[in-house]
Design a protein around this ligand. Structure first.
Ligand SMILES: [Mg+2]
Length: 101
């Protein structure tokens, strides 16, 4: 499944499970999920309350959560997620075309 194919199912999932959600709420959820991912990195580095391997496994989940939250925010902001990523990547790639591909 390509990343672009997740936008539709994520939109349907959010509408079904979180009716009345606003773009502001989706932005807060993204921040929450990003914070959870950062917490995993912090714990992974310090080895606090679990092994680095356990925190890395949790980080794996949180990275998925961040992607889903980001895709949902794009839906609620009426932004084409794939196009936004593609447009930004073209810009980033142009900065250093020799380092990429
Ligand atoms: Mg999470």
């Amino acid at each position: 499944m390509y990343l672009s194919e997740y936008s539709g199912p994520i939109h349907a999932w959010v509408r079904r499970h979180f009716p009345g959600t606003t773009v502001e709420h989706r932005a807060l959820i993204l921040a929450e999920e990003a914070g959870e991912a950062v917490r995993c990195v912090s714990k992974m580095v310090t080895g606090s309350r679990g092994t680095p391997e356990e925190w890395r496994a949790k980080l794996y989940e949180e990275i998925g959560d961040v992607f889903i939250a980001l895709a949902a925010l794009a839906v609620y902001a009426d932004i084409d997620f794939d196009q936004a990523v593609e447009d930004r990547w073209v810009t980033i790639e142009a900065r250093d075309p020799h380092a990429i591909r």
